[in-house]
Design a binder for this molecule. Structure first.
Ligand code: PLP
Length: 415
């Protein structure tokens, strides 16, 4: 019993053999030092600065000057949004296919998210699709490396430079992936990360902001991590800005620190397995895995997916995905809800009724949010099936098994 508990504590159960089944992320593989660091938090009576230790270790590993640890990526990007000197009604260009967490901070700061279309046949936008969306109100471009596919950042940075725009990354789906030998999260001026339980570097929750910009880091700590307070003699704290007080808890930092120690070999393994999986899927008629750009020398993802050629099958995408889930691909489903201009009905309502910040001023023009404005993305997602259970436990036999399941469902539904 005692040894069972110890094994479970180290996440040894994570790799229990399940013959003929695809692995899932849970139970997570835990860094061997997780318990030591957690114990330290307890033994020191909450006086050790585990958050600071994690920030320093993550900054070192990433090769950036500053890491500001938060309870998740949603708060990390909200902190950045609050720390930037943008005004209500300013426009931020955002990848159209993403999670709500990417845009939450923009919405609460009363900035206006603008969604370009994706590049044809891709889940990401591109410099070409971004360019027509730039106006004199545009302040920044927020690039999401969706499903681990890293955006072509050189082209996007070059475009941004022409217009004096700030560029930042949402790295939740590409942790330690690499673009032309440079790690995701260091490809622009700042980046948000998530260490949410199901993700690549899964802790319980957690996230951070990373940047080389010392002024931004200082502002982000002040408005984001602290209560935005300065001390006034004989009075106490004055809240000069509306601070968030979003700090990563020390126990979360203890787990993140332990997970960081095992992440690099895991990502190298994920890279080999996802490439193998997509190679095998590409052999199945009617199945179209994503193109992996040549500039990506390390492919890190936790969400996998592919398109189907709808003409070749009798069933629709939703039914195809349901059959996959039943046949043994846990979590297979449609990804249509990731199309933010269609999913953000709160902004549809706000902009249609011309409520702040869509009123005049501060808005400089009319805004619409709907899938119709992103025809490439809409078309792509109509035939896209995602599964969020790809993980470091995949071995070549699991790639083979996943491809077999997809092949069987495809053959059953073939016209
Ligand atoms: C692209 C992207 N951005 C942001 C988030 C939100 O991250 P968190 O749960 O850490 O707030 C997610 C979560 O799935 C995500 O996939």
């Amino acid at each position: 019993m005692a040894s069972e508990m110890k094994r479970a504590a180290w996440g040894a159960q994570a790799h229990k053999d399940e013959i003929g089944k695809l692995p899932v992320a849970f139970p997570r593989t835990m860094g061997p030092n997780a318990m030591t660091y957690l114990q330290e938090v307890i033994d020191t009576g909450m006086t050790c600065d585990m958050m600071g230790r994690f920030e320093a270790a993550f900054a070192r590993e990433l090769g950036v000057k500053h890491v500001i640890a938060t309870p998740g990526c949603t708060p990390a990007l909200a902190v950045l949004a609050a720390a930037m000197p943008w005004e209500p009604g300013d426009e931020i260009i955002v990848s159209p296919v993403t999670d709500y967490g990417t845009v939450q901070g923009l919405i609460t700061q009363d900035y206006i998210p603008v969604f370009p279309d994706t590049a044809p046949g891709s889940i990401n936008f591109s410099a070409q699709t971004i360019a027509p969306c730039i106006t004199d109100r545009t302040r920044a471009i927020l690039c999401v490396h969706m499903t681990g596919i890293i955006n072509d950042m050189d082209a996007i940075n070059a475009l941004a430079k022409q217009h004096g725009l700030f560029v930042y990354e949402d790295v939740c789906q590409a942790v330690f992936g690499e673009y032309k030998g440079r790690v995701a999260g260091t490809l622009a001026q700042a980046a948000g990360f998530s260490f949410d339980a199901e993700k690549t570097m899964g802790s319980d929750v957690g996230g951070c902001l990373a940047t080389d910009d010392s002024d931004l880091a200082e502002r982000a700590r002040f408005v984001g991590q602290s209560r935005g307070g300065v001390m006034k003699p004989h009075f106490g704290r004055l809240h000069t800005v509306a601070g968030y007080a979003y700090r990563m808890p020390n126990c979360t930092a203890a787990i993140c620190l332990a997970q960081l120690e095992i992440i690099r070999p895991q990502v190298a393994h994920r890279d080999a397995m996802i490439r193998l999986l997509y190679e095998k899927l590409a052999e199945i008629p009617g199945i179209i895995p994503p193109t992996i750009p040549e500039y990506m020398n390390l492919f890190s993802c936790w969400m996998a997916g592919f398109n189907i050629d709808a003409e070749q099958f009798r069933c629709d995408t939703e039914s195809f995905a349901e059959q996959l889930a039943q046949a043994g691909i846990p979590g297979a489903g449609m990804g249509a809800y990731y199309l933010m201009p269609a999913a953000l009905t709160c902004l549809q309502e706000q902009s249609t009724r011309k409520l702040h910040p869509y009123s005049t001023p501060p808005a400089s023009r009319e805004y619409r949010y709907s899938g119709d404005d992103c025809p490439n993305a809409t078309k792509y997602l109509e035939t896209y099936i995602r599964w969020s259970t790809f993980c470091e436990k995949y071995q070549p036999e699991h790639c083979e098994l996943a491809a077999d399941i997809v092949r069987q469902v495809a053959d059953k539904n073939r016209r």
